[in-house]
Design a protein around this ligand. Structure first.
Ligand code: ZN
Length: 280
């Protein structure tokens, strides 16, 4: 059995948060990352993109790989990871899209027209694919690619509830979903302090697997996928909790965190978190 390999496709898009205070315009973007794990013939894709254009580029990239796409695994129920799914399935009708039961249930809610029209269309006008589908519920927590295991790791609340990572033990790869961030402000707008504690436990869980490589859902354009981003994400979460306690307003919290993390991309994510934590 040949060793599995993997590669990444990253695409840059606008932040989903508008109205960010001025001063960090050069960092006002975010990437999404999809992972192709492949063997001699077959492949598994982890996550998809948000926009129709990026989904088409993703299709071409998978076709170019020459691999038979068998499975698309969705790590968590945020639209930037699953809105492109239908376009992929149309192109690869033999592929099966899967996710955990909790993720599938949340996606089914989020692909309802009223949710798309109120949440995604205003943020990305004209870019959202017109046809949307949810994945099917995975049976158990393991599936296979050319005889090698891929294991679903339940992470609880990280950037949203019921998130997961995908672990490929034979090559020491963890595809972290949005648990680990690479030089990007994590999305904390859905987190209270209890949820941040859960997120810290999720980072410990990933670290306990002693991965050789960790894919961050959001990172730089050419990411190193180093496990060191586990510790850097942990440090950011600790800094956020400490800054919450010593600031009074959203603006103060935002500025305190920017002083500690001046070079991370997507300050919009931090602004959304600051406003959610300290509504005026
Ligand atoms: Zn995301």
């Amino acid at each position: 059995m040949a060793e599995l390999k993997w590669k990444l496709l990253t695409r840059k898009r606008a932040s989903s948060t508008k109205g960010v205070p001025p001063g960090k315009e050069d960092l006002a973007w975010v990437t999404n990352t999809v992972t192709l794990v492949y063997g001699q013939r077959d492949a598994v894709l982890a996550d998809t993109f948000l926009s129709e254009q990026h989904s088409k580029e993703l299709l071409d990239w998978v076709v170019e790989s020459g691999k038979n796409l068998r499975t698309i695994y969705i790590t968590h129920a945020h639209g930037d990871h699953f809105l492109g799914l239908k376009l992929l399935l149309d192109k690869f009708p033999n592929a099966k899209a899967i996710a955990t039961a909790s993720v599938v249930a949340a996606i089914q809610e989020q692909i309802k027209p009223e949710y798309i029209q109120s949440v995604w269309q205003p943020r990305f006008p004209g870019q959202i694919p017109s046809q949307l589908v949810a994945p099917e519920v995975i049976e158990g927590d393991t599936f296979y690619l050319e005889g090698e295991e891929l294991k679903v790791v339940e992470l609880g609340h990280t950037d949203t509830s019921h998130t997961t990572a995908l672990y490929v033990p034979s090559i020491g790869l963890v595809i972290s979903g949005d648990c680990v961030y690479n030089n990007t402000h994590p999305y904390l707008a859905e987190c209270d302090e209890e949820a941040i504690t859960e997120w810290l436990r999720a980072l410990d869980r990933i670290e306990s697997l002693h991965p050789k490589a960790v894919v961050a859902g959001h990172g730089v354009l050419d990411p190193d996928s180093s496990p060191r981003h586990i510790g850097e994400t942990r440090r950011y979460l600790h800094d956020f909790v400490a800054s919450l306690a010593r600031t009074a307003t959203a603006k103060e919290l935002y500025e305190a965190m920017l002083a500690l993390h001046p070079n991370r991309v997507n300050p919009g994510s931090l602004w959304a978190a600051a406003k959610a934590s300290k509504p005026s």
